[in-house]
Design a protein. Structure first.
Length: 100
């Protein structure tokens, strides 16, 4: 019986070692998972920053484009005004010259 008991003790020791090894591995896995979660959070944060940068750049370009369109529109209005005055001057000069 003593020998049998020793065998059981030995087996229990092996089970204890195995459980200890499993617990160590689980602890390592938890550390790895925590690292992966941190990495994922960092990637997500960088992605958000990049998306905000792109959105901001698009808005800037849109504003500049809108401003340029407004500037062109204003220049067109001024050109039309200048052309109208030029036409009036020409017609009055031609009219005056024809009458004289």
């Amino acid at each position: 019986l003593g020998g049998g008991s020793g065998g059981i003790d030995m087996r229990l020791g092996v089970v204890d070692n195995t459980l200890g090894t499993i617990q160590d591995r689980l602890a390592e896995q938890k550390v790895l998972i925590a690292d992966l979660e941190n990495t994922l959070r960092n990637v997500e944060a960088k992605q958000n920053v990049a998306q905000n940068d792109v959105a901001s750049s698009v808005n800037d370009v849109a504003k500049k484009f809108g401003q340029e369109v407004n500037d062109l529109r204003q220049a067109g209005v001024e050109m039309r005004g200048n052309l109208k005055r030029l036409e009036e001057r020409l017609s009055s000069n031609l009219g005056g010259g024809g009458g004289g």
